[in-house]
Design a protein. Structure first.
Length: 245
């Protein structure tokens, strides 16, 4: 992604050496074992916090940049030379999205969020190996899964690989994610993660434990499926928790 992805339609940012370009300001944040790229909207600083936790998810990177331009805020992405996993030794886990929490990496990401700023995780994955998918991926929507809210009409999300993800410490039966009605009306499934025993180190789990008052939704689609991510994003940005005046 950033290892190659800085050049994906954004050669001006690369050539400028991470300085303000076309209403954006980019910089890098380093820590023990990690590197983050931080891009701010100068025109619309009050938008969401966009987070791309893996450097091999090019569609998430591209759609994140588009979202930053359209909706403002701040985009933070892991820089790892185009690789999904960090090389050992790792800060916590070699999976950047299993390394968040009360540690230098997780704290650095949290400090980049403004108070009350809603967060959007952007992911891509291999096609799901069960349910409606037919591949080797580990995240998908299956109507038989009690942790999934599935609309009757799936519209363009019928393969189960494009979905929204939310998390909380309460059982799903007691959860009421603020954007659930929007995804049900938009025909997109939503997966609920009940966080237990300290969580799994992901952004969704970390925020559910450390900042449960902060609104967080992850959007996930197949690798390279920009269009499904854009469709999920359009649903999300109609949600009152994310919609801008």
């Amino acid at each position: 992604m950033m290892g190659n992805g800085w050049a994906m339609g954004w050669t001006a940012i690369l050539a400028a050496g991470l300085v303000a370009v076309s209403g954006l300001s980019a910089r890098e944040v380093h820590g023990p074992g990690f590197e983050l790229v931080v891009i701010d909207s100068l025109d619309k600083p009050d938008g969401p916090f966009w987070f791309v936790p893996h450097d091999n998810e090019a569609a998430a990177w591209r759609v994140g940049l588009e979202a930053l331009q359209a909706h403002g805020g701040r985009l933070v992405a892991v820089e790892n030379a185009g690789r999904r996993m960090w090389p050992a030794p790792c800060p916590v886990s070699c999976d950047p999205n299993r390394s968040l929490g009360a540690n230098p990496y997780g704290d650095a990401v949290i400090r980049l969020m403004s108070p009350g700023q809603p967060v959007v995780g952007l992911h891509t994955n291999a096609p799901g190996r069960r349910g409606l998918g037919a591949g080797a991926g580990t995240t998908w929507a299956d109507a038989r899964d009690r942790n999934v809210w599935m609309p009757r009409a799936l519209a363009g999300f019928a393969d189960g690989d494009a979905l929204a993800i939310v998390a909380g410490t309460r059982p799903k039966s007691d959860a009421a994610p603020p954007c659930l009605p929007n995804f049900m009306m938009g025909g997109a499934p939503m997966l609920y993660e009940e966080v237990r025993d300290g969580g799994d180190g992901s952004m969704s789990n970390d925020l559910a434990l450390r900042q449960p008052e902060r609104t967080y939704v992850a959007l996930e689609a197949r690798h390279g499926d920009d269009d499904s991510l854009r469709a999920l994003l359009a649903i999300l940005m109609a949600c009152p928790a994310y919609a801008q005046p």
